[in-house]
Ligand binder design. Structure first.
Ligand code: DQQ
Length: 544
C-alpha cells in the first residue's frame, strides 16, 4: 500500500515523519551546514501554525535532527499563530549590529497578520546553533499600509551595500494583483525602512513568495559569491528568483540593480524562466564559504492525495542540494548540478560505451541490484537530424503541453530517446525521462520531458507530464547528456549538464515487490547512440 516505507527516499532529505514544506535559512556556519524547514510536528498535513525544524550536517548528505528552532509560544504575540518562511544572514563583526547568525522570518501575530521577526543565535560559539533568541521587541517590520494582512512574507537573506545599509526583499501583492518584492533597508539589521520603490514587481501575477536575490559571476565560473557582494556591478550579474503562488512555480531572471531597483536583462513583463520544470517550489540558495559555491534547496511536494499522506504519515521532500552558477554563453541562464558530495553514496558502478539503441527495443541495464535508488549518467549522440518531426506552431512553445501530447509512447523522428526508470517487469509501469527533437522554421528545438503518465497503476495520484526546452545548439553539436537521480518516489533529472531540470514524484506499485528495472529506450525512427553510460546504486544517507 501507499503506506509502505518503500516510497520513502534514501538520499533526498526528509524528516522521520510528518509534513515538511519550504527550506528555511540554509547556511554554513563554523563547520556545519544548517538546514531549517517548515514542519508540522503534529501530522502529515500543512498547518498554519507551522514551526521551523532544524537539521545539521557536515557534508549536506547525512543529517542530524536537532530541536525545533522556532515555534509559537503564548508569551510571543508576534508569532503566536505560526512561524513561516525566512532566511539566514551571518552578520560580520562590527559595532553597528550584533555579529553572528541571524534569522528573519514571517510570524503570524495575534490577529493573524503577517509580520517580519528577527531571531539571534543565542550562543555563537555553539556550532549546532541549538538555541535561538526571539527578542520581545519583535516584530521588526510591521505590515505596510494598504497591504492585505495575509500577503506579506518570506524575508530574504540580507546584503549590505557600499553605503553600509543592509537590504532585504519581502514578498507581497498589491491591491491591483501586482506581485511585488518590497525592499527594506537598515543600518543595524533591527530597524528597517521600506523603500518607496519595490525591488521588483510584475503586473497581474498575484503574490510573489520566497524571494531569493544573489550575485553570480559573469565569467561562467562555478565559484559562488557571498550575497553581500551584490555591488560588484561590472563583473557580477544578479539573479532574482521568486515563487509564484498562483502558478505554483519558481522562476528567475538575471539582471542588474539600479538605485535599489532590480532590472532583469530579459523576460520583461514576466517573472522569468523556470528553475525546474517539475514539482519544485519555494527554493532558496545560500553561499557556502567553505567550498566557495552557491547551493540551492527546494521543496518537492507529493503528487498523491492528503488521504494518502495520512496513510503514509509523512509528506514532502527536498531536492538533492544543487550547485548553481551562470551559463557563460551570455544567455542569462543558470546551470544546476547535484552537489558532488552526493557521489559519496555511489556504489557498484555499471558502465559501457558506444552502444546503438535500436528503435522500439528498450535496452535493459542489468547488474544493478537495486535501481530504485540510483544515479544514472548517460550521453547520447544523434547520428542525423533529418528525421526530426516538424514543430507545430499551434503548440505555442508550451513544453509541458508538447510533452503530454507527444509522451514517451508516441513514436517520433529523432526521439523520444532517454531512460525508462522505476519500470515494472512487463513495463506496465515506468517513468520516462527523454528528449525529442523538432525541426522548426529556421532551427531545431530540443525538448526534454519527464513523463509520469505510466508511472503507477495507482489511479489516485497525479501523473502530469512535465517538460522544458533545452537551450543547446543540437545542429552543430548533436550530443546531449542526461543525469537522473532515482530515489523511490522521486525522479530528479538534469538535461544537457544541468541546463534543463525536471523533478517528478511517482508512486510505482511494483516498488512494493522490489521488481524495478532500468532501460535506455528510443522510440524514434533511427538508432541513437549511447556514447557513454554510467550508473550506480546509491547507499542510504543517514538522517537521525
Ligand atoms: N510557505 C510558507 C510561507 C511561504 C509558503 C508557509 C511558500 O511563508 O510563502 O508554510 O510555500
Amino acid at each position: 500500500s501507499i503506506a509502505s516505507p518503500k516510497y520513502r527516499t534514501a538520499f533526498h532529505f526528509q524528516p522521520i515523519k510528518n509534513w515538511m514544506n519550504d527550506p528555511n535559512g540554509p547556511m554554513y556556519y563554523n563547520g556545519y551546514y544548517h538546514f531549517f524547514y517548515q514542519y508540522n510536528p503534529n501530522g502529515p498535513e500543512w498547518s498554519e501554525n507551522i514551526v521551523w525544524a532544524h537539521s545539521v550536517s557536515l557534508d549536506l548528505v547525512n543529517w542530524s535532527i536537532v530541536k525545533d528552532a522556532f515555534f509559537s509560544t503564548q508569551d510571543h504575540p508576534f508569532d503566536i499563530n505560526g512561524c513561516w518562511s525566512g532566511s539566514a544572514t551571518i552578520l560580520p563583526d562590527g559595532d553597528v549590529y550584533r555579529p553572528g547568525p541571524v534569522m528573519l522570518y514571517t510570524g503570524l501575530d495575534n490577529d493573524k497578520r503577517q509580520v517580519q521577526n528577527i531571531a539571534f543565535a543565542k550562543n555563537i560559539s555553539d556550532p549546532m546553533l541549538e538555541e535561538w533568541d526571539k527578542p520581545d521587541y519583535n516584530p521588526i517590520i510591521d505590515l505596510p499600509t494598504g497591504i492585505q494582512p495575509d500577503c506579506f512574507r518570506d524575508p530574504s537573506t540580507g546584503w549590505i551595500g557600499e553605503d553600509g545599509y543592509w537590504r532585504i526583499g519581502v514578498g507581497s501583492v498589491e491591491e491591483d494583483h501586482t506581485g511585488v518584492i518590497f525592499l527594506y533597508k537598515s543600518k543595524d539589521f533591527v530597524h528597517w525602512t521600506k523603500s518607496e520603490k519595490p525591488l521588483f514587481s510584475v503586473d497581474d501575477i498575484g503574490i510573489l513568495e520566497c524571494p531569493d536575490f544573489f550575485p553570480v559571476s559573469r565569467d561562467g565560473s562555478k565559484e559562488g559569491l557571498d550575497t553581500s557582494s551584490l555591488n560588484g556591478d561590472s563583473v557580477n550579474d544578479y539573479v532574482l528568483k521568486v515563487s509564484i503562488y498562483e502558478l505554483n512555480i519558481d522562476v528567475y531572471t538575471v539582471g542588474k540593480c539600479e538605485n535599489d531597483v532590480y532590472i532583469p536583462n530579459d523576460h520583461k513583463g514576466s517573472a522569468g524562466l523556470r528553475i525546474d520544470f517539475g514539482k519544485f517550489y519555494a527554493s532558496k540558495s545560500f553561499f557556502d564559504p567553505k567550498m566557495k559555491r552557491r547551493i540551492l534547496w527546494a521543496w518537492v511536494n507529493e503528487e498523491c492525495s492528503s488521504t494518502d499522506n495520512i496513510a503514509k504519515g509523512w509528506a514532502g521532500i527536498q531536492i538533492v542540494p544543487r550547485l548553481i552558477w551562470l551559463d557563460e554563453t551570455g544567455h542569462h541562464r543558470l546551470i544546476q548540478w547535484p552537489i558532488k558530495e552526493i557521489e559519496s553514496l555511489r556504489r557498484n558502478e555499471i558502465s559501457f560505451q558506444n552502444l546503438d539503441i535500436i528503435p522500439q527495443t528498450p535496452f535493459e541495464i542489468k547488474g544493478l541490484i537495486n535501481t530504485s535508488q540510483a544515479d544514472v549518467e548517460v550521453e547520447f549522440e544523434i547520428p542525423n537530424l533529418e528525421d526530426a518531426e516538424e514543430y507545430d506552431p499551434s503548440w505555442s512553445m508550451d513544453p509541458q503541453k508538447i510533452c503530454s501530447l507527444r509522451n514517451a509512447s508516441v513514436s517520433g523522428g529523432v526521439g523520444p530517446f532517454g531512460l525508462l526508470v522505476l519500470a515494472s517487469d512487463n513495463r506496465e509501469e515506468y517513468t520516462a525521462v527523454f528528449f525529442r527533437i523538432f525541426k522548426a522554421k529556421d532551427k531545431y528545438l530540443t525538448l526534454m520531458c519527464s513523463d509520469q503518465s505510466k508511472s503507477s497503476l495507482r489511479t489516485e495520484v497525479s501523473k502530469t507530464v512535465y517538460g522544458g526546452f533545452v537551450n543547446i545548439d543540437i545542429e552543430n553539436t548533436p550530443k546531449i547528456s542526461l543525469r537522473t537521480l532515482i530515489d523511490h518516489s522521486v525522479v530528479e533529472s538534469f538535461g544537457a549538464g544541468g541546463r534543463t531540470c525536471i523533478t517528478s514524484r511517482v508512486y510505482p506499485t511494483s516498488i512494493l515487490t522490489d521488481n524495478i528495472h532500468l532501460f535506455v529506450f528510443n522510440n524514434g525512427t533511427k538508432s541513437v547512440r549511447v556514447v557513454d553510460f554510467k550508473a550506480w546504486e546509491m547507499a542510504n544517507a543517514r538522517i537521525d
